[in-house]
Design a protein around this ligand. Structure first.
Ligand SMILES: [Fe+2]
Ligand SMILES: [Fe+2]
Length: 173
């Protein structure tokens, strides 16, 4: 059984994960609007991953006898000045999420909830990967700078990203 404090903190984080999905979807449609289809594709898959993070957390909460609650999702930014600014935003955002996950682990420890602390290790590891991949992509876009053909090459490269949804989370093919 989850404590009320733990239950609330998990619902809050699930909300932030859903916000991440919303933010990346917003970026995906921004990229589509400027005809950078590879970047749009990358963001779309990123949004799908965040939806998995959301549901995984809500499933855990419900499975532990807690109550998964859907909180209001904040509207994300709608437009960016450049691809670089958008990818910088991704990087900043993922760093902030890492901070939130660490704070959540702390709540689990304070509540002496070892099961939840252990469950959250999946998110700790995931954030290491998220930071690495967003750093990687940001560097590619930065290196392209204002060079249109280099940016198009980066766009093509990111367009090759593949992602397979885990079983039970198949959201779109
Ligand atoms: Fe996430
Ligand atoms: Fe993320």
């Amino acid at each position: 059984m989850l404590s009320k404090k733990m239950n609330d903190a998990l619902n809050n984080q699930a909300n932030r994960e859903l916000y991440s999905a919303y933010l990346y979807l917003s970026m995906s449609y921004y990229f589509e609007s400027i005809k950078m289809r590879g970047f749009a594709h990358w963001m779309r898959l990123q949004a799908g991953e965040e939806l998995v993070h959301t549901m995984k957390m809500l499933d855990y909460t419900a499975g532990k006898g807690g109550r998964a609650e859907m909180l209001a999702v904040e509207a994300p930014k709608f437009s960016w000045d450049s691809p670089q600014q958008a990818f910088q935003h991704v990087w900043d955002h993922e760093r902030a999420v890492t901070g939130l996950i660490k704070a959540l682990v702390k709540v689990a420890e304070e509540e002496s909830d070892e099961g939840t602390a252990e469950f959250l290790q999946w998110y700790v590891k995931e954030q290491v990967e998220e930071e690495e991949s967003s750093d990687n992509v940001l560097n590619k876009v930065k290196a392209a700078g204002d060079d249109r053909s280099a940016l198009e090459a980066a766009d093509r490269l990111l367009g090759e990203r593949a992602f397979k949804f885990p079983r039970g989370f198949e959201i779109f093919p």
